[in-house]
Design a protein around this ligand. Sequence first.
Ligand code: ADP
Ligand code: MG
Length: 498
Amino acid sequence: MSNYRIHGATGEWEVVIGLEVHAQVTSNSKLFSGAATAFGAEPNTQVSLVDAAMPGMLPVPNRECIRQAVRTGLAINAQINKWSRFDRKNYFYADLPQGYQISQLYHPLVGEGSLEVVLDPKDPEGSTKTIGIERIHVEQDAGKLMHDQHPTMSYVDLNRSGVALMEIVSRPDMRSPAEAGAYLAKLRTILRYVGSCDGNMDQGSMRADVNVSVRRPGEPFGTRTETKNVNSVRFVMAVVESEARRQVDLIEDGGAVVQETRLYDPDKNETRSMRSKEDAHDYRYFPDPDLLPLELDDAFVEKCRASLPELPDAKRHRYEGALGLSPYNAGVLTAEVETARWFEALLTATAAKAGKGEAEVAKQASNWLISELFGALNKLGKGLDDSPVSPEDGAELLALVADGTISGSIAKQVLEKMLESGDGAAAIVEREGLKQTTDTGAIEAAVDQVLAANADKVAEYKAGKEALFGFFVGQAMKAMQGKGNPQLVNQVLKSRLG
Ligand code: ADP
Ligand code: MG
């Protein structure tokens, strides 16, 4: 499927990508302290003595953070290491009061796992690729330097200091910008289903270090660079593209790629060198003497497993199999956990109103959600989360279509009015007199009027141009402001035209 190639002056190149994703663990307090983690608080209002690294303070692991990381590991089918340990990664920086970060180098909490990406949404089964995940380890975040507050001074905000991160390290298994983007998007989807990270990339809850190298197809891996803290799927794809191109040009010009850390500038769409890559030994890693090894028992792991929701792949397969949705619709509806929740609430309400099974109304409900509601919300610049129409409102509208009270085209108008006014479908139909008419007298009158006004076309039709039938239906419906019952309009037309 993916045969992405970079065309260089001397031939074709392949790109190799591995991502290290930092995901902030959803928890009320930090990894080793009780300080709060809420986003957007005033600087330095969520800092305990531990986070400020006061002498003599002792870190205490936060059970919830460990639980969330284990649940995440289970969601990517990874090995859970029942024995793991924290290490100190020593370096000096003004946003790191301890002078070291507590991380896990030698014995991470989560070992080998994987996830599956879909590369073509129209063909979800035929375009999958499995991306290996080497490990997930748990570590502390650092504080934040604020350089833009004062012309001659920089400030430090320690609110983030000590917040729990999961570092999710992929194998170098991706081969194109699209694969890298799909991997990050899928990882985000899984984290949000699990509830272990909110996935808010613009708030820094998730950021990716993008490792890129190039090689001639079939050759061993080349030297990689690592572009730090890339905070959107689009930017990850852009980094891969521009960095691979830079490396190809460099090598073809007789140069060599140096292993280094780079930064991405979205305005210029290019990466630039930040520092040469440090090796693990530069950090003088050693086991943190303040913390005992983490030992998990089977009951804890099993509880974590039991607490997992239905995950996106399983849900997508169920939507296709048990509900009979198209692969495309199933993919769209499961891509965001909120969309799936909304759809399932719609399905339950629609089935209840119709007195039918969910599988019987699933197609109608999914088509309406994807082609009608998404489109209408899009026009208003809204999403499902701030939709003025609830799943129950949607079910009410669908019931009116299903029992023939209104036609499909009237339903579109009703939806627009629901979005504008916040009123229910039945109330709008009643108030505006939009009920579909089954009054044969009125339908016959409309049909006769249309046929009389189009005598030339009637002659053509009778001479064999049968495609005109649709035109007559359209005109008759128009004459009735869309309210004619389509079956009756058809019947009357057929009998009139002989
Ligand atoms: P280090 O120990 O130096 O941090 P790792 O082996 O842990 O290096 O790899 C870090 C990340 O870089 C991983 O996501 C991995 O998939 C990726 N990676 C490793 N080698 C390459 C390569 N040659 N090209 C692209 N990505 C790579
Ligand atoms: Mg590494």
